[in-house]
Design a protein. Structure first.
Length: 191
């Protein structure tokens, strides 16, 4: 299986939990014989789309074209990001807007739209300070609904699994190890 890992933390500092989780997932996938590519949003020169005309017909930046090629290459897409103000960080959202444009993820046809990313699966991993059950049950997990439904799902990606990791500040070394082991296993399974 070909797996693309999108590390959505906007801070390139490798000390964040999300980086350890991405590494664990990639190691598990490689150990099981899967091919892995990674994209670090923090390393991309992300620009913002400021108009509908730009979204529909503007020049696609080189980093977005490279990401599109990696997405087309992949069978399975993994997005990891920290929860910021209830959703994904703005830099990740801007990257997604550049990459998932009409014609790439969704194409207009005479009869409506065509999903361009069918036969790909996905996983979304979100780290957060609050308890994960509270985020899911009380708030309804808005940060992943946006990514799951109108972006990945409408593009044809499915099924899309989710992993919420709450109370990250109090995980401790043993908790981090348990989550890294779990992500390692997800990677090995290509799930």
């Amino acid at each position: 299986m070909k797996i693309l890992i999108v590390q959505g933390h906007p801070d390139p500092n490798q000390t964040h939990l999300g980086h350890a989780l991405a590494t664990a997932y990639a190691d598990g996938a490689r150990d099981a014989g899967h091919e892995v590519r990674k994209i670090a949003i923090a390393d991309a020169p992300v620009t913002f789309i400021r108009s509908q005309a730009d979204f529909e017909g503007g020049t696609v930046p080189a980093y977005a074209t490279e990401a599109q090629e990696a997405i087309l290459w992949a069978d399975h897409l993994v997005f990891l990001f920290p929860l910021w103000m209830g959703t994904m960080p703005a830099l990740l959202k801007a990257w997604i807007e550049q990459v998932f444009r009409y014609g790439f993820a969704l194409a207009k046809t005479e009869n409506g739209y065509k999903r361009m990313l069918k036969h790909k699966t996905g996983r979304i991993v979100v780290t957060m300070g609050m308890p994960a059950i509270f985020y899911r049950a009380y708030f309804g997990a808005p940060g992943t609904k946006v990514l799951r439904r109108p972006i990945l799902g409408v593009s044809g990606v499915g099924p899309i699994r989710q992993t919420f990791i709450g109370r990250v500040d109090s995980l401790g070394e043993a908790g981090v190890r348990r989550w890294c082991d779990r992500l390692h296993n997800f990677g090995a399974d290509g799930a």
